[in-house]
Design a protein around this ligand. Structure first.
Ligand code: FAD
Length: 328
């Protein structure tokens, strides 16, 4: 029996979806070892109320640290606290998200504990007491299966690869104290500025409509926005060609030097499918490509392809989605 640690991310007093994904992945590992899931949740006063949601997704224990110094992500204090809890908890593994926060936090903890970390994993499993993580390499052309020999094994999972699964557990709350005064950290996040208020984050959106140079102009992105709005749960992404030209902000870029995404549905609109773009989206569950060139490389990774002019196809698709979703 071995317990598994999960880092539950919160922002602005709310749990992030990746927190539930992390607990779901940890639950899967714990079920294989017959152990428990212990989640760590840090935030300002009141964050304890969110422990229930973690319990509903498989946390047996929720360690909570409330402190004003945790109002925003606090890299030094969060790393110190998580490292201490992981170190003294005797965990077999610790699970993080490969979110912006997790990318910063997990390596800090691996360094503090002097243990191995596999980032950006697309699946994790226990095999004869060894944690195996599947991890895309060589800009996504190869999926390596990596065995982590050190204990605890640290792993971060790509957002959206584990859908949160309801699995109610006790979720016993244990209050924990910060290691040092979080208000005295040398690095202080003073403000979080959300790109596009009310819009879905690319890493969390179940549907992504991404546009490329085939759209011809920044103005034509309105057809991509319309299709995203028709779905109701979609975010808009872009290729680097588009962000370099200033048609969309850099934060929309998907790929090797942009965001890594794994939505349920990815619609590539006027995108050629360069390897650097595929590196950021090829793990999407269903890929639809629209391109006027039937030989465009994007069709090699697409589950469904439409050969045609995006300026004709996308508005027709939007009308069809609106019709299908009438009444929703
Ligand atoms: C180090 C490095 C890192 C990079 N990182 C990234 C990254 O993170 N993300 C990324 O996206 N790229 C990245 N790139 C750039 C990448 O190599 C490609 O140049 C880029 O992805 C191409 O973008 P695109 O598909 O929009 O444009 P293009 O390659 O120009 O493709 C446009 C496509 O639109 C189609 N088209 C044109 N008109 C129409 C129409 N009317 N209807 C339908 N289809 C049409 C064309 O057939 C073509 O396939 C990187 C490159 C390097 C060297």
């Amino acid at each position: 029996m071995a317990n598994i640690f999960a880092y539950a991310e919160a922002r602005g007093g709310e749990l992030r979806k990746v927190a539930l994904e992390t607990v779901t992945a940890a639950r899967k590992l714990a079920d294989a070892t017959g152990g428990e899931v212990h989640a760590l949740l840090v935030g300002a006063a009141g964050i304890t109320a969110k422990a229930t949601l973690l319990a509903e997704h498989g946390a047996d224990v929720v360690m909570v640290c409330e402190h004003e110094g945790f109002t925003h992500y606090n890299p030094e204090a969060a790393a110190a606290l998580a490292a201490e809890q992981i170190g003294k908890g005797g965990f077999k593994a610790a699970v993080f998200s490969t979110s912006a926060q997790g990318r910063d936090l997990a390596p800090r903890i691996a360094a503090k504990l002097q243990v191995g970390l596999v980032t950006d994993s697309i699946s994790v499993e226990m095999n004869n007491d060894v944690l195996l993580a599947r991890h895309p390499m060589n800009i996504g052309k190869v999926i390596a299966t990596v065995a982590i020999a050190s204990t605890p094994a640290l792993v971060s999972i790509r957002p959206n690869t584990y859908s949160p699964v309801a699995n109610p557990k006790a979720g016993r709350v244990e209050n924990v104290s910060p290691v040092a005064d979080p208000s005295a950290s040398r690095v202080v996040v003073t403000e979080m500025i959300e790109g596009g208020k009310g819009k879905l984050d690319l890493a969390e959106a179940p549907v992504i409509i991404a546009g490329g140079r085939g759209l011809k102009s920044a103005e034509n992105f309105s057809i991509v926005e319309d299709l995203a709005a028709a779905f109701g749960n979609a975010a808009v992404g872009a290729t680097r060609a588009v962000t370099d030209d200033g048609w969309r902000p850099h934060s929309d870029q998907i790929g090797q030097t942009g965001r890594l995404v794994s939505p349920d549905l990815y619609i590539a609109v006027g995108i050629s499918g360069a390897v650097q773009h595929l590196a950021g989206m090829r793990t999407s569950k269903t890929i639809v490509a629209i391109n006027k060139d039937k030989d465009a490389p994007i069709f090699k990774v697409a589950d469904y392809g439409i050969v045609g002019d995006v300026l004709e196809i996308v508005p027709a698709l939007t009308a069809a989605v609106r019709e299908a979703r009438k009444g929703h």
